[in-house]
Structures are given as C-alpha cells and as structure tokens.
Design a binder for this molecule. Sequence first.
Ligand code: V47
Length: 382
Amino acid sequence: MISRELIIEDRRLGPIAAKVLAGERLSYEDGIALYRTNDLLALGWLANHVREQKNGNVCYFNVNRHLNPTNVCVAHCRLCAFGRDPDAPGAYTMAIEEAVERAASGYDESVTEFHIVGGLHPTLPFDYYLDLLRALKQRFPQVHLKAFTMVEVAYLAKIAQLSVRETLLKLKEAGLDSHPGGGAEFFHPRVRKVICDHKISGEMWLRIARTAHELGLHSNATMLYGHIETEEERVDHLLKLRALQDETRGLVCFIPLAFHPANTALAHLPPTTGMLDLKNIAVSRLLLDNLPHVKAYWIMLTPPIAQVALRFGADDIDGTVIEEKIYHDAGARTPQALRRSELLRLIREAGREPVERDTLYRPVVRTPAGEPRLDTTLTVHV
Ligand code: V47
C-alpha cells in the first residue's frame, strides 16, 4: 500500500511505485517486473499518475489524413500485409497529380497533417519523392507533411546515392516537416530477423532518427509488439528510445503498435489481447519518462480499448486518419476513418478534455468556418 488511492496486489510493484511517486527513473529490471505483473489496475494507476503529471486531464487528437503513395515494396517483411510485388494483384503507385488529388479527397474539415508512408519501390527515382513533397506543399501550404519512416529515408538515400544527412536536407528543402514513428518495429536483432529481416537494423533506425533530430526534424517512434518478442526485448526497445531521447529530445510521441497477423506471413500467430495492449501503453508511459506523449492509436487498438487506454497512460488518440490501409490490409475491423465529432465524443466519454493539436502538439482552434488556427492561449506540451 503506497497511498490512499493506490492499491497494490502484486507486492513486487511496491518499490517501483515508490520510485514513480518520487519521480525517479525506472530501471531495466523494473521494466521487466512491470511487464510480468498481472496487477493491471496498479500498473494503470501508476501510468495514469505520470500521464496526468505530464499532460493533466487533456487528451490530444488531430485532424489528419493518411496518404500511401505506393504499396509496391522490395522488403517483403513477414509482419506486413500491405507491401506488394510490382505485378501482384492490388499493387498500385500513384502519379504525383493523383497523390495530390487523393490528399484533397475524403473529408470536409481542413486537415492539419498528411501522414505519408509507402513501400520501398524498386524503380521510382528520388525525384518522385521530392516532387511529391513540393506538389503537396504548393497545394496545401498550411498542412504539416509528416512523411517517410527512417526505413524509407535509408532507402531514399540509397537510391539517391547520397548520405542520410544530405537526403534529409533535400527532403526538408522540398517540404518535409517531420517523420512518423514507423519502421522501428523491434530493435532487437533476434526479433528483427524474423519479422522484417530485409529492413535496416535497429541500430541504423536509431542512427537515422538521431541525424534527423540533429537537423531539427522531430519524429515519433513506435514498437510493434505481440508476435515473438520477449518481455526483455520489449524493455530493451523502450530503453534504447529513452537513451536516444536523452541525447536529442527530438522524439515527440511514442506509439505502441499491436501486431495484426491476418494476411501476413505470420498469420498463424494469435492477435494481441486487451491485457497486453493496455500493459504496453502503461509500461511505455512509465519507462519513457522523457517522452512528452504516448498515443493510443485507435485504428489498431479499436476505439473502445483506445478510450480505456486514456486512463492507462495515453494522452493522445491519433486523428481522423481518413484512409488507413496498412492495418486494414492486415485484417483490422475498425473503421478507416473517424470524424472529428466522433473523436471528441470518445475522449469526452473517457472523462478527458479533448484538445485538437497540430503534429507538434500546438493546440489548434477552429474558426466558425471550420478552418484551423493555432491557439496561442493554451500551454504547449512538446
Ligand atoms: O511501421 C505493418 C506497422 C507501421 C502491420 O507516427 C503493422 O504518428 C500491425 O508507424 N500489424 C506503420 N502493424 C504505422 C505507423 C504509425 C501509425 C500511426 C501513427 C504514427 C505516427 C505511425 O505499421 C509499420 C509497422 O510497424 N505494421 N504491418 C501489421 N500486420
């Protein structure tokens, strides 16, 4: 028993709770104990305590649109149901104009962010990606372009025959504003070898993120859990991100991603459970003490679990999304989009105060015509 509100059934959590309440950094061993406990309510209480200290009662969301310019991919990751060979049924690559038209479609509230990721295409030139950014920036100058994972950046550097730094500088010049957190998957080589053996190593992902941060580009980070990984390997992943953040302060948000096995080469694995989903939200909130935000991505958690996650450490529920493909190719049964009003309802019913944000967590208000404006009266939590 630590305080009036916190009831601990698993005695091993006592010393960890004392550290959390004293604001002390948790160790590798603490992380393992947190993953091993079944005392979900004590774990959730502690994560919620940290979440409320960092972000009060606020739950952030944004009005965004996903854009996947191509699903053609040379990587053939076992974890993925999205990538296709160039001549496979369902393979597509958008011409630039088509991508811009797609970006403009499917919503009636102005978006503040395009989330852009795609396959590692065997023949598209580097200029395609630069032209895409330029065309989007020209047509939607006020929309933030959160584009290309560290895996894509490595691949673009290879096809451009440039260093990672030079590649990032060219992308930035063409309109890139920040990076999504994908491609991190699992840093541990044993796991990476099984789920995505042709991707860059975990070390390389971290090195590219470090370079991006040094150039002033913020990024998110993810961990794809719920397949073959051990608790030790999960803690290893989280502590590597914590060490990166100690160095650069360039990570904005962490998103634990639940593995969806359908239609992948790992389809024999069972999907994750609510217990594991909530544990990952809570443990990441507790271990990543230097990251401002933890996101409950409603697309992969489902809206009901995402709502509960707002009491287990998460302070963000992601956005309207509009057109999600990666999880839906892997059998997700959630909708492909939610309206702004539906996000507001989910958040309010969880007892949280919804705050629309831009990609860098600056609060956004809507004019009577629905246009987004930065709200300078609220505190910024980056
Ligand atoms: O990197 C691919 C994952 C990621 C599957 O930064 C799969 O705000 C589960 O990174 N089952 C892309 N996951 C999505 C992503 C993301 C999503 C939302 C917000 C942000 C952000 C980033 O999706 C990939 C990979 O880890 N993924 N296939 C699958 N079968």
